[in-house]
Design a binder for this molecule. Structure first.
Ligand code: SAH
Length: 325
């Protein structure tokens, strides 16, 4: 079997630019990032599965710069280089270091930790803002793919996610905030996931649905403008045994989208502001907006107010927020 080649994009910069760079590299399609601190600067490496398009990465970094309100002239002082890397080690290390994440009833775990008989999850990373997260070690994760029962006597739900190139491993604050809202508020009705990425939120909803759901109409929709993400999301749904319950579509919400009881949109503030009238139109119950930095809260708030929405909860995790409407 020929070995796969990976491509690294190394960035050296000042420590205060770290989060913007990490975010920009992920937005540009990196599978993961690795950050090494030294005394005066940091080196951040984004790993890509295909040759790096420097222009695309640069423009994602410029966007990230704006989103994170970094000093504009600093972007020109960022040094970067592209290199091909021996494939195996970093991938294996990254897989080793990706620990399952627990949010409320959900445990999001990579399949290599779930499908190996006897695999044990010692202590999933818990969501900082969650109130119902157990802090102690859990029992072993169930061993059969598609199985979703673990941990003693609780209703814990395991979601297996193989991220491929898509976003949504459960480790990001915004995914965790959305999972928390689903855990707290979703009662099993129709569900729409706008920007599904790996499919993690739609899969979480499918696993919460009651088995006696009436046949016929698909009650869970998962949309993404990225066709590759939809492919990955379908594979993940298959892995979790819920593929038939989810209607995957390449595309986005629009004026004709049927309304759902629960809508999740974990996108970016700019995209949310643009899509907001359609998202509101597609919601007949609760709507969760995330992918919003706390510095962008006002922007989304004022767009909501223009649409007559002034009452909602804001949940926070680090510098990220989710608005639960
Ligand atoms: N729902 C996942 C992934 C969020 S990442 C999670 O919570 O972790 C955001 C996803 O939205 C990306 O996969 C991106 O391709 C998709 N996206 C971006 N703009 C979009 C739009 N206008 N409509 C639908 N999907 C969009």
């Amino acid at each position: 079997m020929s070995q796969k080649q990976w491509f690294a994009f190394d960035v050296s910069t000042k420590p205060e630019n770290r989060e913007a760079i990490e975010y920009g590299l992920m937005e540009a399609g990196a599978l993961g990032t690795e950050t090494v601190d030294s005394e005066s600067d940091v080196r951040i490496t984004g790993y890509f599965a295909s040759p790096v398009d420097e222009k695309k990465v640069h423009s994602a970094l410029v966007d990230a710069w704006r989103i994170y309100n970094q000093v504009p002239s600093e972007i020109d002082r960022v040094n970067f280089k592209v290199r091909a890397v021996a494939d195996r080690d970093w991938l294996a290390d990254w897989k080793k270091s990706w620990q399952p994440v627990q949010v409320g009833r959900f445990i999001v775990a990579p399949p290599w930790l779930v499908s190996v008989p006897g695999a044990v999850v010692s202590e999933p990373r818990a969501v900082a803002t969650g109130s119902s997260v157990s802090s102690g070690p859990l029992d072993p994760i169930a061993t059969a793919p598609g199985s979703d029962t673990v941990a003693r006597g609780t209703d814990t739900i395991v979601i297996q996610i193989n991220p491929g190139m898509a976003f949504g491993t459960g480790t990001h604050e915004t995914t965790r905030l959305c999972l928390k809202a689903i855990d707290e508020y979703y009662e099993g009705g129709s569900f729409l996931d706008v920007g599904t990425g790996t499919g993690v939120l739609a899969i979480a909803a499918a696993k919460c649905q009651k088995p006696d759901r009436e046949g016929g109409q698909l009650a869970i929709g998962a949309y993404d403008v990225d066709a590759d993400a939809i492919e990955i999301a379908k594979q993940n749904a298959e892995l979790n045994g819920v593929c038939d319950a989810i209607d995957f579509q390449v595309g986005s919400v629009n004026e004709t989208t049927a309304s759902a009881d629960f809508v999740c949109a974990n996108l970016t503030a700019i995209v949310i502001v643009e899509l907001l009238p359609m998202l509101v139109g597609a919601t007949c119950g609760r709507m969760v907006l995330s992918g919003i930095l706390d510095s962008q809260e006002e922007m989304v708030r004022s767009r909501l107010a223009e649409l007559g929405i002034t009452e909602f909860e804001v949940d926070r995790d680090g510098e990220w927020i989710a608005m639960v409407i």
